[in-house]
Design a protein around this ligand. Sequence first.
Ligand code: GLN
Length: 241
Amino acid sequence: MVKEMEITLCHLYPYSMNIYGDTGNMRTLEYRLVARGFKVNVLKADIGDKISHEVDIIVAGGGQDSGQLHVKSDLHKRKKEILSLHDDGVVFLTICGTYQLLGHRFTTHSGDDITGLGVFNLQTKGSSERLIGNIVVDSPFGTLVGFENHSGLTYLDDDQQPLGKVLKGAGNNGQTGDEGAISKNAFGTYLHGPILPKNPKLADELIRRALKRKYGFSDELVELDDREENKAAAIALELPR
Ligand code: GLN
């Protein structure tokens, strides 16, 4: 029964990596679970805090290069734990700065080298030009809308699945036409916005994967009234770059 099912959300680095309102992603997941009668447990883990091993979905936001350098050693201490959670099928949604840090390497524009965790097979190099603006991405979870603001150019290894194909904007690097990455149940993307409120199909995909992993739940999720979400997405779709 739905009401006996509980999903634990953990916001990783809610204070240290959260420069463009990515907390809205946590709110959206919580709302879309509670509205369907699921129980939700909302946790936070910043520098030095433990991540509960009951976690089902980990959400992490964006950050300036300085923020990424600030969390670097804490993130490295979590490498074994994060990789084991990823291997175990825990769902991740990582945005921009944390997305970059879950690759193999991020070299900032000023030349600081940060070894990533290797969840995604990609590397990122800071550039002198920032990629900023509204972005539209064709993905298996619908046409995604958001905005991007990054200097990092991310290049996927040949075996790394992207989240989608750029229809408007830059995406991973402004050259290869791909945006984001998916590895098992880990999602990485440059889309701020926050991404989930205006992209309900993607939010529900994360929820679906978490329920399937934890309870083997594969029923169709109850439809929610997404008229506001879809109206906001339609407006975002028409915004200039
Ligand atoms: N500091 C990274 C970059 O500039 C990430 C930025 C972000 O999280 N928006 O590429």
